[in-house]
Ligand binder design. Structure first.
Ligand code: NAP
Length: 246
């Protein structure tokens, strides 16, 4: 990844922060994007000159395009966009969910991905290459009680991966990653809700955030090319072995 520039949304904690560490270790320049400016600054300080903190809200198209502009201004290119920012709330049955909360989840989990793609495409097109990786979920393909907003947002984002591959796949590498369950703040929130079987999963059964982080790095290499336009699942043992996750 030496000489490559990577933008990661949702980099203030969890999978995004782990991915930032993995990509920096692999030699990339990494732009850290999320709303918590203090957390981003702390991570950027830990990672050194290869990292840049860019506070932004993915639900806001202008905020995302300003961050991508800042990356171009500083590093002059953008090789990889990792659409990782996401939220589980509102955890509520359809009958009870507040319309504003449901709408906000779609703004972040689905429109946030669209905003990232729209901002990144012109830069990547000008280079003639790029990789767009979107963190998906099993919830994109299966409904879970109390998670209608999350499931619909992730299902939409999974379709966006396919649509982007259809339109730009001849020059752009596009893939999704469904990580399985990962030991992060999001799973703590799910556990505390007590809603649906995912909240009952033993904490020890969640994989560490480093695993999807390493999978995202692997997806930037040619070994992942047969998966272009598709979504990879880290529940797949064969894939785990291929990536070297144990
Ligand atoms: P997490 O620890 O809660 O992290 C979520 C990240 O998204 C944070 O950095 C948060 O930063 C950022 N974010 C949320 N809303 C944002 C917004 N409006 N604008 C910019 N950034 C925003 O959860 P995680 O487990 O690492 O989740 C990362 C991704 O993995 C999500 O897309 C999630 O749906 C997906 N995923 C997770 C699991 C799991 O088991 N953990 C399973 C399947 C899929 P700020 O609060 O600072 O903005």
């Amino acid at each position: 990844m030496h000489g490559k520039v990577v933008a990661i949304t949702g980099a203030s904690r969890g999978i995004g922060a782990a991915a930032a560490r993995v990509f920096v270790q692999a030699g990339a320049q990494v732009a850290l994007m999320a709303r918590d400016a203090d957390a981003l600054q702390m991570l950027a300080a830990e990672l050194g000159a290869q990292a840049m903190a860019l506070p932004c809200d993915v639900a806001d198209a202008g905020s995302v395009s300003a961050a991508i502009d800042a990356i171009s201004a500083k590093w002059g290119r953008l090789d990889v966009l990792v659409n990782n920012a996401g939220m589980i709330d509102p955890i509520a049955r359809l009958a009870d969910a507040r319309a504003e909360d449901w709408s906000r989840a779609i703004d972040v989990n689905l429109k946030g991905v669209f905003h990232g793609v729209q901002a990144a495409l012109p830069v990547m097109r000008a280079q003639g290459s790029g990789t767009v990786l979107t963190v998906s979920s099993g919830a994109a393909h299966k409904p879970y009680e109390g998670w209608s907003a999350y499931c619909c947002g992730k299902a939409g984002a999974a379709m966006l991966t396919r649509a982007l591959h259809l339109e730009e796949g001849d020059w752009l590498r596009v893939m999704g990653l469904s990580p399985g369950t990962v030991a992060t703040e999001m799973q703590r929130r799910i556990r505390a809700s007590g809603v649906n079987p995912v909240s009952q999963i033993d904490w020890a059964d969640h994989i560490p955030a480093d695993w999807p982080a390493r999978a995202l790095l692997w997806m930037c290499g040619t070994a992942a090319d047969p998966h272009r336009g598709t979504e990879l699942s880290l529940r797949d043992e064969t894939l785990r072995k291929e990536i070297g996750l144990t």
